[in-house]
Ligand binder design. Sequence first.
Ligand SMILES: NC(=O)c1ccc[n+]([C@@H]2O[C@H](COP(=O)([O-])OP(=O)(O)OC[C@H]3O[C@@H](n4cnc5c(N)ncnc54)[C@H](OP(=O)(O)O)[C@@H]3O)[C@@H](O)[C@H]2O)c1
Length: 273
Amino acid sequence: MNDDIELSPDARVELNDGNRMPLIGLGTWGLRGETCYRAVREALDIGYRLIDTAPLYHNEEEIGRALRDSGIDRDEVFLTTKVGTSDMGYESAIRACQDSLGRLGVDQVDLYLIHWPSEGKNLDTWKALEQLRSRGLVRSIGVSNFTVPMLDELLFSARVVPAVNQIEINPFVYDRELVRFCSNNRIHLEAYSPLTRGNCLQEKEVLQIANAYERSPAQILLRWALQKGLTVIPKATSSAHLRENYNIFDFELYFGDMDKLDALNTVNCLIDV
Ligand SMILES: NC(=O)c1ccc[n+]([C@@H]2O[C@H](COP(=O)([O-])OP(=O)(O)OC[C@H]3O[C@@H](n4cnc5c(N)ncnc54)[C@H](OP(=O)(O)O)[C@@H]3O)[C@@H](O)[C@H]2O)c1
């Protein structure tokens, strides 16, 4: 959907509902307490304008505080949270969203996602998200970890087509069929674990490409995802990582190197968490 966007730090992709989403954000899984507060403040100072959280991460309060203390206008920051598995269902999803807004200290989030599919509960939960959207508590709604059959089922009865599917994508995990399906249905893909949770950064092919461009392996993986038209949400704690990950807009991977990275889909270096 962002095929014709010029890749720059301020660029935003237009979602199927007209809202605009940044191309890079901070993932916050594993960031807690003051570490989370500090990382989010620093990310916002660097220029990140998308923060991804979930009740499961136990950091919505710190993120809300960091946002307020940053002094940045609320409308400039694209805030995402999610309805967790234990809150799937119509009433509980409505309540869960209100609870998240309370913890974040905001009136509205920019994107609200179903965190994980739950058999038999996806459709009712989706109705709740549609309702939250029409009440203005969330601007865009989407899903996460949805496969093609799950999306097919949802699209059959949904009034609102999901704006986003947040899934694991990096050169080592790339489901072509799902990517094609989402693209055909104007569902924007947001790549989680774009850095392979750190597991595959030392793979030989990645290191070779990184050396050739004089960039870090992390920058190569993130740039690959940007050039695929994805939004990326790398998680980082240290200042060095936060800066390095944001600094991916001043170089371009050539087709041949994109192809080499595409070919890594069969390499098994990921460790399940
Ligand atoms: N929807 C879902 O089901 C779902 C599932 C998983 C993740 N997510 C979201 O996606 C975000 C990102 O995914 P993730 O946290 O699984 O993994 P990730 O972003 O692929 O990797 C994070 C790891 O990479 C390290 N790192 C960051 N920048 C680096 C750099 N420049 N060089 C070397 N290492 C670097 C981090 O270390 P430091 O922290 O020490 O910097 C951390 O250990 C999550 O935080 C969460 O917001 C969503």
